[in-house]
Design a protein around this ligand. Structure first.
Ligand code: NAI
Length: 245
C-alpha cells in the first residue's frame, strides 16, 4: 500500500514511534527513523529489514532547526523524497499548576509543539515541490479534555491540533494533507508501572474497557498515510476506546 513511499518518523526508537515505523514499513514504506538517541535503532532497522523494507536512523533533536533540516536532507539523500512525516516525538514534565516550573513548561511546549512546527516546516519544502505529502501529528486525548497536573502537556497537544488545522489549510493546494491522531490511554512503560488499582480505575473510564496499544495508534497513522484517506485533511482522529467523544 505504501510501496515507494518514504516516511520520516520522529521519536522512532521506542514506544509508539517504533510501532508506527514498523507498521509503515509493513506496508512497504522506507523509513527515516529520527530520535534524540540512537539507542534501540539497530534493532528497529533489523526489524524493518525483516519486513522486507529499508530504513536509516538519524540522530536528531526536533527542537533544533539545523537537526530538523538535516533529517529531511538525509531522507532525500537516502531515498530521494519525503512523502510522509509523523511528528511523534513527545515528552511529559507533569506537576500541579502552582508548582510547575518555567523550565517544565518550556521543555514540553518546545519539544511537543515547536518540534512539530520545525519538522513540518523542513519537510513541507520538499513535499511542496513534490506536490504530495502526508503529515500526521501525534496529539493526545488530554489535549481535548484536559488533565489535572498536565497544564504544559495538555496545552502543547491542544496547540498541536491548532497547528494541524492551520497547516492543513495552507498546504492543501499542494496536495499535502495534515491530520492528527489523538491517542487515549495507551499501554506503555509508563502505564505498566502504575498500580493495578489505578489502572483498573483508568480502564473503567473507557467504554471499550481496555487501554489501547501502540499498534492501535500505528494502524490509524497507516490509514492517514495511505491513498485511502486522500480526501481527509485538518482532522483529529481520536483513538481512545470511546473515552472522549
Ligand atoms: P516514549 O517516551 O516512549 O517515546 C518518545 C520518543 O521521543 C523517545 O524515543 C524519545 O527519545 C523521543 N524524543 C524525546 N524528545 C525528543 C527530541 N527533542 N527530539 C527527538 N526525539 C525525542 O513515548 P510514547 O509513549 O511512545 O509516546 C509517543 C507520542 O505519543 C508522544 O507524542 C506522546 O505524547 C503521545 N502519546 C502517548 C500516550 C501514551 O499513553 N503513551 C497517550 C497519548 C499520546
Amino acid at each position: 500500500m505504501l510501496k515507494d513511499k518514504v516516511a520520516v518518523v520522529t521519536g522512532a526508537s521506542r514506544g509508539i514511534g517504533k510501532s508506527i515505523s514498523l507498521a509503515l514499513a509493513r506496508q512497504g514504506a522506507k523509513i527515516v527513523a529520527v530520535d534524540i538517541t540512537l539507542k534501540g535503532m539497530d534493532e528497529l532497522l533489523a526489524e524493518i529489514k525483516a519486513l522486507g523494507s529499508e530504513g536509516v536512523a538519524v540522530e536528531g533533536n526536533v527542537t533544533v532547526t539545523a537537526d530538523t533540516e538535516k533529517m529531511i536532507d538525509e531522507a532525500v539523500r537516502a531515498f530521494g523524497r519525503v512523502d510522509i512525516l509523523v511528528n511523534n516525538a513527545g515528552i511529559t514534565r507533569d506537576g500541579l499548576l502552582i508548582r510547575m516550573k518555567d523550565e517544565d513548561w518550556d521543555a514540553v511546549l518546545t519539544v511537543n509543539l515547536k518540534g512539530a512546527f520545525l519538522c513540518t516546516r523542513a519537510a513541507s519544502k520538499v513535499m511542496t515541490k513534490q506536490r504530495f505529502g502526508r503529515i500526521i501529528n501525534i496529539a493526545s486525548v488530554v489535549g481535548q479534555m484536559g488533565n489535572a497536573g498536565q497544564a504544559n502537556y495538555c496545552a502543547s497537544k491542544a496547540g498541536l491540533m491548532g497547528l494541524t488545522r492551520s497547516n492543513a489549510r495552507e498546504l492543501a493546494k499542494r496536495n499535502i494533507t495534515v491530520n492528527a491522531v489523538a491517542p487515549g490511554f495507551i499501554i506503555s512503560d509508563m502505564t505498566e508501572a502504575l498500580p493495578e488499582k489505578v489502572r483498573q480505575d483508568m480502564a473503567a473510564q473507557i467504554p471499550l474497557e481496555r487501554f489501547g496499544t501502540a499498534d492501535d495508534i500505528a494502524n490509524a497513522v497507516v490509514f492517514l498515510a495511505t491513498d485511502a484517506s486522500g480526501y481527509i485533511t485538518g482532522q483529529v482522529l481520536a483513538v481512545n476506546g470511546g473515552m472522549y467523544m
